[in-house]
Design a protein around this ligand. Structure first.
Ligand code: ZN
Ligand code: FE
Ligand code: FE
Length: 281
């Protein structure tokens, strides 16, 4: 049976392997299709598409988007146009929001008598997404705290004086951007967010489907999520959420290729809607 693994991360976010290596490994595991779903970036897709051509693996455009709905909620997006302006600006906004947040934390630390420079923070972040650990490490480097632990306990932990709230996209914003880019959105690993009970609010945001198969889902939850999607005529997806060598290999969780075909049918319908000027988006 043809199968697909629709969830994995490369070095473009927090994975250990390059996009090409993921594709080669997928080939070795006998997968017909994969989707590369890095966190909040499509930077690895071009390399993955080229490797897919070279190795005979179908590579579907993917991304895992962090959205905010009382808490951090991940959404997966598939089969969109990576060059779409709506999508590019969604991720650019997220990047600039992270930078602005780091600048505000630096300002507060200065007010608190623990000055650290933005340059030092950027140096810690390198090419990656700037976050609190980078601010903490810069503080440690500058000798303002004795340990990372102290940096979080006194200044940067939740509710501490130099902690600045994250600015996040809402599920609605993510859905709108992905639909505008001709793709579909799927609720990632609902097992992390209250299972089936948490799904209705995401359904209201306009998701196209649910990640049914995931290592965090036991057989019972997998079945309930599948029923939930079937009852509403929504897509089912799944994948390994591979980040690097560990207990689960690429393809360690996989789905029938028919689920990919169903996704592509929905994508075609959505694009026809967009061309006709109709549809909810
Ligand atoms: Zn990750
Ligand atoms: Fe996730
Ligand atoms: Fe993931």
């Amino acid at each position: 049976m043809d199968t697909a693994d629709l969830h994995m991360h490369s070095v473009q976010s927090d994975g250990e392997w390059s996009p090409s290596r993921l594709v080669k490994e997928a080939r070795r595991e006998g997968l017909r299709a994969i989707a590369l779903t890095d966190h909040d970036t499509t930077a690895g897709l071009e390399e993955a598409f080229a490797a897919g051509e070279a190795h005979g693996v179908e590579v579907i455009a993917g991304v895992e988007i962090s959205t905010w709905l009382d808490a951090d909620v991940h959404m997966l997006a598939y089969a969109f146009d990576p060059a779409s302006a709506a999508l590019v600006s969604l991720f650019r906004d997220a990047r600039s929001a992270r930078r602005t947040r780091a600048e505000r934390m630096v300002e507060r630390l200065t007010e608190l008598g623990k000055p650290v420079s933005m340059e030092a923070v950027l140096e810690q972040a390198g090419d990656g997404a700037i976050g609190r650990p980078h601010v903490a490490r810069a503080l440690l480097r500058a000798g303002q705290v004795g340990s990372m632990r102290e940096a979080f306990d006194r200044f940067l932990g939740d509710g501490k004086p130099a902690c600045v709230e994250k600015m996040k996209v809402t599920p609605e914003e993510a859905v709108r951007a992905v639909h505008g880019a001709g793709g579909v959105t799927v609720a990632a690993h609902p097992g992390c967010y209250g299972g089936v009970d948490g799904l209705d609010r995401l359904a209201a945001a306009g998701i196209d489907g649910v990640e049914v198969r995931h290592s965090l889902h036991d057989a019972g939850l997998t079945e309930r999520l599948g029923d939930w999607a079937d009852q509403r005529g929504l897509l089912k997806t799944g994948g390994s959420d591979f980040h690097g060598p560990g207990p689960l290999s690429i393809g360690g969780i996989r789905v029938p290729y028919e689920w990919v075909e169903a996704m592509m049918r929905r994508v075609a319908e959505r694009r026809a809607d967009v061309r006709a000027g109709g549809g909810p988006c």
